[in-house]
Design a protein around this ligand. Structure first.
Ligand code: AMP
Length: 631
């Protein structure tokens, strides 16, 4: 039997050979001529010359053997709907959607922006796009008008697919007014907006631009739209993620490499078999939703659960009732969601028959030991931490139980997955750290394995500059995370090296929140940092200098002003980005060269030592931060 270490070593010593074998897990229309072309790093190409299609691999190829098997299981505790689509039915719906998009003028290479809640039509739209060679860009439904407008302008979609409303805790959350506002703000408005009318709230339609999905579906009822055979490196989608500037990065994914990586990960890491049921509690607006709600499980011939609702409504047993009913074999969730469940009656964990469930995967943020133990003991199943990023599309670190049942260690996501050469480097010298238990920047030596981002959408320079030049004297991909490695090679992730924060497993750039707060007419200057939170992992905390201090010179006025500023962020960016607190100060700690000392502010906000302050310009600014926190 091959040990995992041998398996991983081969993936690095012979990447072309290793991945050529994995490539047999998917269908190719035309075989590739070269598995790996790394002649122009970091622009690695996988499976050169091969043509394939993500939708064919996720849907069409299963029709011969599993047409009547469940493919998409939609469960909404928001609208109390439940519907299962077989592979045959999914195929039909995707063809209709593909016909509609083509009818609206969408051609290969065009972008389609999908701004949708967790409803089946969102998945139909994603699959329809890749079917016809269009590039989808899903924007999380919780993002508000300004965030959406930024993404519209970067992706320049020909069509936007959206709906009247999402729903949260049984109450409709209107999408259409936000979408209309975003399109008004955007410099590159779409030609058409395709609207799925859920009839949750009334919609104002814009003549000529807005079209109705139900009406068009009826006219495209019998459409059969052939798959566009794309060269492996052609883009499948763009997914925006936050970085250290105010402008989100469009992570671009290829086609063939992504399909192969997902197929291999389903077998090696997630240990799933075709015909089983996968349930990821994420949202299609995030990378986990792309890889492990839509593409991964379907490519693997599984049924995938698409759940619209909260984990605690009608009660904290809802997920486990879904596991029982649909015989879920594999679950994927986040530590924050489990911490939410921890506040519920633990008897709910034992109420349902969970015998079908083998493993619960958790990712997106650090998994603390008490949360991991609580859920693992509660449901009586192993919990598997795994570490990755929007950029990589699938786990960098994990325990590949499908290859060898190696043990997990609490607090560690595990070992590098196949194809990843993960190393640690000294932040300032770039020297590689080889001794165990020493902290360094987690980086990956190129070539990145298949499935990882191929570039930043329309900005190759930014891809090189941001990711491949940040470790001094090395040409390696930086994850922007700190980590250590133990004597057995297990990695531990210690948080970000940059100004990105992680709220409930979701990534936010502090700069974006600062820019939003700065748009308030009374804000002169502002700093936003991430602060430890027992439930959400981190929350944003803001420190603002006001232009007119009389607007916040009493306790009541301060509270009102704080609320007003929080609202600015919620309306511009979305509720997720709303700072937990906005403190008012008259100076911010900066270096003499004018750089904000965010780490010192963060340390103070977390009750830690602010660190080396020899370069600080005005030490009283720190005193103010301290006073503001304790006021
Ligand atoms: P995102 O691109 O939104 O998925 O965020 C990726 C970031 O989340 C990583 O760079 C890490 O900072 C963090 N992260 C993801 N998974 C884990 C994990 N298992 N343990 C610790 N941090 C994680």
């Amino acid at each position: 039997m091959t040990t995992y270490r041998e398996y991983h070593a081969r993936s690095l010593s012979d990447p072309a050979g290793f991945w050529s074998e994995q490539a047999q897990l998917i269908d190719w229309h035309q075989p590739f001529s070269r598995a790996l072309d790394n002649s122009n790093p970091p622009f690695t190409k996988w499976f050169v010359g091969g043509t394939t299609n993500l939708c064919h691999n996720a849907v069409d190829r299963h029709l011969a053997t599993r047409a009547d098997q469940s493919a998409l299981i939609y469960v909404s505790t928001e609208t109390n709907e439940e519907k299962t689509y077989t592979y045959r039915q999914l195929y039909r719906e995707v063809n209709r959607m593909a016909g509609i998009l083509q009818g609206l003028g969408v051609a290969p290479g065009d972008r389609v922006l999908i701004y949708m809640p967790m409803i089946p039509e969102a998945a139909f739209a994603m699959l329809a796009c890749v079917r016809i060679g269009a590039i989808h860009s899903v924007v999380f439904g919780g993002f508000a008008a300004v965030s959406l407008a930024t993404r519209i302008d970067d992706a320049q979609p020909k069509v936007i697919v959206s709906t009247d409303a999402g729903s949260r805790a049984g109450k409709p959350v209107a999408y259409k007014p936000l979408l209309d506002e975003a399109i008004t703000l955007a410099r590159f408005p779409p030609q058409k907006v395709l609207l799925v009318d859920r009839k949750l709230v009334p919609m104002q339609r814009v003549a000529e631009r807005d079209v109705d999905y139900a009406a068009l579906r009826a006219t495209h009822m019998n459409d059969e739209v052939p798959c566009a055979w794309l060269e492996s490196s052609e883009p499948s989608y763009i997914l925006y993620t936050s970085g250290t500037t105010g402008k989100p990065k469009g992570v671009q994914r290829d086609t063939g490499g992504y399909a192969v990586a997902l197929a291999a990960s389903m077998r090696d890491i997630f240990c799933c078999a075709p015909g089983e049921t996968y349930f990821s509690t994420s949202d299609i607006g995030w990378v986990v939703g792309h890889s492990y709600i839509v593409y991964g499980p379907l490519i693997n011939g599984m049924a995938t659960v698409m759940y619209e609702g909260l984990p605690i409504r009608p009660d904290g047993g809802i997920w486990w009732s879904i596991v029982e009913k649909y015989k879920v074999s594999t679950m994927f969730s986040s530590p924050t969601a489990i911490r939410v469940l921890k506040k519920q009656d633990p008897a709910l964990l034992k109420k349902y028959d969970l015998s079908s469930l083998r493993l619960l995967f958790l990712a997106g943020e650090p998994l603390d030991e008490s949360t991991a133990r609580w859920i693992s003991d509660g449901i009586g199943k192993p919990v598997v931490d795994n570490y990755w990023q929007t950029e990589t599309g699938w786990p960098i670190l994990g325990v590949s139980r499908g290859i060898e049942p190696l043990p997990s260690k609490f607090g560690s996501p595990g070992l590098p997955a196949a194809g990843y050469s993960v190393k640690l480097y000294n932040e300032s010298t770039g020297e590689e750290i080889t001794s165990p238990q020493q902290k360094g920047v987690v980086a990956i030596e190129g070539p990145l394995p298949p499935g990882c981002m191929t570039t930043v959408w329309r900005d190759d320079e930014r891809f090189k500059r941001t990711y491949w030049t940040s470790v001094p004297n090395q040409r390696v991909y930086s994850t922007f995370d700190w980590g250590i490695r133990d004597e057995d090679g297990y990695f531990f992730i210690l948080g970000r090296t940059d100004d990105v924060i992680n709220v409930s497993g979701h990534r936010l750039g502090t700069r974006e929140i600062e820019e939003s707060l700065s748009s308030h007419p009374n804000v002169a200057e502002v700093a936003v940092v991430g602060v430890v939170d027992p439930l959400k992992g981190q929350v944003a905390m803001a420190f603002a200098i006001l232009k007119d201090v009389t607007k916040a010179d009493t306790h009541e006025k301060r509270l009102a002003h704080e609320g007003e500023m929080m609202k600015v962020v919620a309306t511009q960016l979305g509720a997720l980005a709303r700072p937990a607190r906005v403190h008012f100060v008259s100076a911010l700690p900066k270096t003499r060269s004018g750089k904000l000392l965010r780490r010192s502010i963060q340390a103070l906000a977390e009750g830690r030592d602010p660190g080396d302050l020899t370069t600080i310009e005005d030490p009283t600014a720190l005193e103010q931060i301290k006073r503001a926190i304790h006021a």
